[in-house]
Design a protein. Sequence first.
Length: 187
Amino acid sequence: MSQHTPSESEQAIGATKAWVDAVVVGLNFCPFAKREVVANSIRYEYLHKYQKSHLKQFLEREIQLLNANTDIETTLLIFGTGLEGFYDYLDALDIADEWIDNSGHRGTYQIASFHPDYIFEGELSNSPANYTNRSPFPMFHLLRESSLEKAIHAHKNPEQIPIDNIRMATSLGEDKLKALLRACLAQ
């Protein structure tokens, strides 16, 4: 009997699912995520190599898929290579956001950003606060704005979410958060 070796795509998606479970839901960084995990309504799509020339087509395909499948609430677009540098990633994010605006999808979809080396403006690179947006791989999170608005309105104090996240990250510390990310990559 042959043993299955996970493909690069399977490994990246597995690590991302582990991150969603352990960090996003487990640390309650997004209080709206657990419902989608339980409902199995998150799509995980892996792109082996980022190419600027293909980004718009990739986003268009994903948005068409979301439009056609209301059972899929959200998509995590995971990039294998090409966006390892955080500033290269931010350039790609700018292109993606501009495309959302120019293609008429603003107001229907938005992109949340996650990267292994995420740094919030004004934070030091080793600040635990950055781990609220650090992930095993560079990724774009395509969100339906209508669903996000409903979730925010249903939450008793949405302004408190980022404050609580920073407090949680700071209490855990950089070493613990790094270990959590490493554990996700080992999945």
